[in-house]
Design a protein around this ligand. Sequence first.
Ligand code: NAI
Length: 294
Amino acid sequence: QERLKGFGKGVDFAPRHVHVIGAGVMGGDIAAVCAQRGLTVTLQDQTVERIAPAIARAAKLFERRFKGDRRQVRFALDRMIPDPQGHGAVRADVIIEAIFENLEAKRALFSDLERKARPDAILASNTSSLRLEDIAGCLTDPGRLIGIHFFNPVAMMPLVEVVAGEHSDALALQRAAAFARRIDKLPLPVKSAPGFLVNAVLGPYMLEALRCVEEGIAPEAVDAALVEFGMPMGPVELVDTVGLDIAVAAGKALAGDGAAPPQKLLALVSAGKLGKKTGEGYYRWSDGKPKRGK
Ligand code: NAI
């Protein structure tokens, strides 16, 4: 408890510039939250077209958070800079990778980043299911890589897991925790084990809900029961929100019981129905909300 309270406090680290790579569900929202809290953010993706939706989502968030104060909204948007070439990585205090959950892609990215980034910059991955040590193996100094694992939706979830790989540098972890506090998140120190802490608990919960759907119970019924129980969102809606592809990848890493993922989940992923981000998963989505059957 004491360690948790003190984690990242009193650390001499005042980040001003964050570089985020991957403008998808997570990266886009991580960038928005940082810009909202007054940091300059460069947001990198493969094309400008992939960055634009993240900026549009951020505009909506800023409208809500700044209650329509146009100046504040404008300033926050000005702090969020599309950066398809990744120039920001050279200057940033904190670099957060949130690209596809693919080990080789992440390794290629970090070996390039290690050459470009300032020697004191934090190099962090938002991976949910890859081993930090496997990513860090591509670095000359594997101690530089840490995990900063955000939760979806980033603007609403107060916790972030600050993940220590086998070789992660202790000061980098403290600085990452200070960064988390700077953007008003609560940093939880965890080790690089499957699911870290939160998903190790949430994974089996979500999987069991999908098994209920597999057995013929409607997603609406499963979700209604858990919302009645007191959860802010039902587990099937949560899987759709997280992204079905991410759920499959995380499920593989977590499958302690060795069971195959539910057939429907695999079928939806093969059909490109990845949940909220593609407009259809277990639910159909419109305006950021699931359409429920009767
Ligand atoms: P996503 O599929 O929504 O976005 C990934 C983005 O990365 C895409 O826009 C893609 O164009 C871009 N990208 C891919 N390779 C790139 C490269 N080499 N350079 C620049 N951009 C590149 O994925 P999502 O859901 O945002 O996940 C990203 C990471 O965050 C994954 O590692 C995932 O495990 C992790 N994560 C996801 C959560 C979720 O709820 N979806 C929760 C916590 C972590």
